[in-house]
Design a protein around this ligand. Structure first.
Ligand code: C2E
Ligand code: CA
Ligand code: CA
Length: 764
């Protein structure tokens, strides 16, 4: 089944890209927003300024039109308030020629009035001038319908309100009046639509300027002036108010770029529209600014690009720094291997990937044997070299999909893809162990590196915790078996683990409650049963219970810290007992102390023991140390040898315990200063039944005699066994036949007449 197992991703490149994209997006957004704001702001400002300008021009145009009405009246006044014109106008037969020169023609030529009419006191037209030409007064008839209301108002025949341009007889000027004439004139003046065209129209009474004239019957004649607000007016408007291309239109039809305002008479009637091309300063500035703006945008774009590049570079630097930090966080500095965190992550990932369709894989834990010893005795450089060599040898044995990690110290782990059966995994682990056959060379030293390996296959839906536990159990089992061993997880391992756990807690409890006591089993001469010495054996003595043998905490002897603590406790009491016996004159011979491999591995066993003996002034020759063969095997044996030599030099005899059960070779007996061998009691038990055992015992006794090593037979329970051993040449023995292990208080009776004592006595 194909299953893609990869190393866990640290997402560095992805993060890199994401940061870049988001920074680029941010910059782009900021730049676009800035440009939009700038352009929008400029357009808005231009528009506003255009609006203000158009409003101002409209006001100017309106004002100019309104002014034209006042100007018209003012111009009329120059001829209407005049004795001679009044005389002419009221004459029975007015002199048309005179009127043309002094009124109609004059107003037309000087002020551009388009039409001039004079009505007599009865409103009958008596004179008419159109565009500087005298015409028949009857032409007024065509205008009367449009401007007659001015005449009516001026005569006071209507109650039309006073307009802002009016100066009516007997009435006050209107509020906001713009009238420019003097109070000598009376007139009614308005913007009016005449003949479909807007026009300023004014009707003014023709009155003498001096007093004394009698008002004619009907009333004073009236001068009517019309000035069309057409081309002339518009030209003036254009010239004076700078309003471009003005025109009037009856409909509101401004062309492109034109603006229009609706024109109304004072009384609200529509007069069409004024249309012109307004001056648009905003638009003009904008068009002038355009190249500059484009340049600015270009510069901004270049600037932003440069900044963007720099930012992107910074982001990349940041991302790679982050990547490096992540690498450091997930890797071991010494070997460059992934670390525990990475391993845990990988394990979780492998399990997650195979979640729906679990695919078996293997988890292998490796522990460098006696690494602490290497570090302590050869130095940290050597330790580092060993770890590097170890990592190298294992790494080169795994596939590209597999993962190797350093969990810490001398612990390593492997995740092996596609492993599904225990045999294959075990074969792989054995091959791994063979990789350590060659010693590791460090400087001038050849260091033998060995590892303990525990492996487990991930089966079914085992969780990460479960498979780790399984591999851990297997490793534990392999370490307990010996060095350079591999074990693959089997459910049975749980039982031994639980047993071991109970033993450890029993040891801890015994230490905490101070229940550990040495009991003493005599070692006797087989010749006469004389006690030659004692072996101190650990007993747990609860305050109110039977002494318990060391089996219940046997596993603690494999843990160097616990084993040392127990040993300290034992030695302390053994030495106190010795001091007490010595004082009491008890001839106990010697006391043999058991030392476990784990406590000897600490390397300072000899020094500590000797220091205590010196402190208590006890002759070292009163002490023997018993070790099992396994202590002499495997790595670290050279330190054990040193320990033993130190002890032997001070006169402490070394006994090899349980001899014959382990793998010690005869050469060990020469290499180490072994003074005593103790034949394991399993050989003694069946001595008379099993000829093989007899032969072995016979050989061992012969060996001892040849090497001048004392031989002690353990576990002698019967007289027959004793006699048999005696016959084979064995001179020393130990066993229930003589005595089981007894509390210190019962030692004196074994060498002198009996007295009573038990293990509660010491506690008291
Ligand atoms: P060991 O050193 O071989 O001690 C001899 C064991 O044989 C003792 O068992 C002793 O009680 C038992 N024994 C003696 N005579 C006979 C006999 O005639 N028949 C039978 N069946 N057994 C006999 P024990 O006290 O249970 O100790 C078991 C082992 O525990 C010891 O074996 C020793 O390896 C370890 N041990 C005991 N005390 C200490 C200690 O203080 N430190 C260390 N490191 N190990 C200890
Ligand atoms: Ca022993
Ligand atoms: Ca033994």
């Amino acid at each position: 089944m194909a299953w893609d197992i990869r190393r866990p991703t640290t997402h560095t490149s992805g993060a890199d890209r994401t940061i870049n994209v988001s920074i680029s997006k941010t910059i782009l957004a900021v730049v676009l927003a800035t440009i939009c704001l700038a352009v929008g702001g400029a357009l808005w400002a231009a528009h506003e300024s255009d609006v203000v300008s158009v409003e101002r021009q409209a006001q100017l145009a309106e004002h100019a039109m309104e002014s034209s009405v006042d100007e018209l009246a003012l111009q009329q006044e120059t001829v209407a308030v005049w004795d001679e014109s009044a005389q002419q106008a009221v004459a029975v037969k007015p002199d048309v020629q005179w009127l043309e020169w002094n009124v109609g023609g004059y107003l037309n030529q000087l002020f551009g009035h388009d039409e001039t009419y004079i009505l007599d006191g009865y409103d009958k037209p008596i004179y008419a001038d159109i565009k500087g030409q005298v015409v028949s007064p009857g032409r007024y008839g065509a205008r009367h319908s449009e401007i007659g209301h001015l005449i009516e108002s001026l005569r006071g025949r209507t109650v039309e309100p006073v307009g802002i341009h009016d100066r009516s007889t007997g009435r006050q000027l209107a509020h906001g009046s713009t009238v420019q004439t003097t109070s000598r004139s009376k007139h009614d003046s308005h913007l009016v639509e005449v003949g479909g065209r807007p026009a300023a129209v004014s009707a003014m009474l023709i009155v003498p300027a001096t007093q004394g004239y009698v008002k004619p019957r009907g009333g004073w004649p009236i001068l009517v002036s019309i000035r069309y607000l057409d081309s002339n007016f518009l030209d003036q408007l254009s010239a004076r108010q700078l309003i471009a291309d003005p025109r009037f239109s009856e409909t509101d039809n401004p062309g492109p770029g034109e603006h229009s305002i609706s024109l109304r008479t004072e009384w609200g009637a529509s007069m069409g529209y004024l249309i012109w091309k307004p001056e648009l300063p905003g638009t003009r500035i904008l068009s002038r600014l355009w190249p500059f703006t484009a340049l600015m945008i270009l510069i901004l774009a270049i600037y932003v690009t440069v900044i963007g590049r720099r930012l992107r570079q910074t982001a990349q630097d940041l991302a790679s720094a982050e990547g490096e930090a992540a690498r450091l966080a997930f890797h071991d500095g010494l070997t460059g291997l992934p670390n525990r965190a990475f391993f845990q992550k990988s394990l979780d990932e492998w399990i997650r990937r195979g979640h729906l369709d679990p695919v078996p894989f293997a988890l292998v834990l490796l522990d460098v044997d006696d690494f602490k010893l290497i570090n302590d005795s050869l130095g940290h450089d050597a330790g580092d070299a060993v770890l590097l060599a170890f990592a190298d040898r294992v790494r080169s044995a795994i596939g590209p999909q597999d993962i190797m990690a350093r969990l810490g110290g001398d612990e390593f782990a492997l995740l092996l893809a596609d492993y599904s059966d225990d045999q294959r995994l075990e074969a792989f682990c054995r091959r791994l162990l063979h990789r350590f056959d060659m010693p590791c060379v460090h400087g001038s030293q050849n260091i033998q590196v060995r590892a303990s390996i525990g492996g487990a296959i991930r089966k079914a839906k085992d969780s990460a915790v479960t498979i780790l536990k399984h591999a851990d159990l297997a490793l534990y089992e392999s370490k307990a078996t010996g060095k350079g061993v591999c074990r693959i997880y089997h459910p049975k391992m749980w039982n031994s683990l639980i047993g071991r756990r109970e033993m450890m807690s029993a040891a801890n409890q015994a230490l905490a409650q101070d229940n550990i006591r040495p009991f003493y089993q005599p070692k006797v001469s087989l010749e006469d049963g004389r006690v030659l010495g004692f072996e101190a054996l650990l007993r747990i003595c609860p305050p109110d219970g039977e002494p318990i043998g060391p089996d219940v905490l046997a596993a603690a002897f494999e843990d160097s810290a616990l084993a040392s603590a127990i040993s300290d406790k034992m030695i302390e009491q053994v030495l106190e007992d010795i001091v007490r016996w010595r004082r009491a004159g008890v001839d106990f011979g010697h006391v043999a102390i058991n030392a476990s491999a784990a406590e000897l591995r600490r390397g300072d066993y000899a020094e500590r023991l000797l220091a205590r003996l010196d402190l208590m002034r006890i002759d070292p020759s009163l002490i023997q140390v018993e070790v099992t063969e396994s202590v002499l095997l495997g790595r670290g044996a050279e330190h054990v040898e040193r320990t033993f030599r130190t002890l032997a030099n001070r006169g402490i005899l070394l006994a090899l315990d349980d001899f014959g059960t382990g793998f010690a070779s005869l050469s060990h007996l020469k290499q180490f200063p072994v003074a005593i061998i103790k034949i394991d009691r399993t050989f003694i038990r069946d001595l008379q039944i099993d000829a093989g055992d007899g032969a072995i015992v016979d050989a061992l006794i012969g060996l001892g005699q040849a090497l001048k090593i004392d031989v002690v037979a353990e576990g002698i329970e019967t007289g027959a066994q004793r006699d048999f051993l005696w016959a084979l040449g064995c001179r020393l023995g130990q066993g229930y036949l003589f005595s089981e292990a007894v509390p210190a208080s019962k030692v004196p009776p074994l060498v002198v007449p009996p007295s009573t004592a038990d293990c509660g006595e010491r506690a008291a």
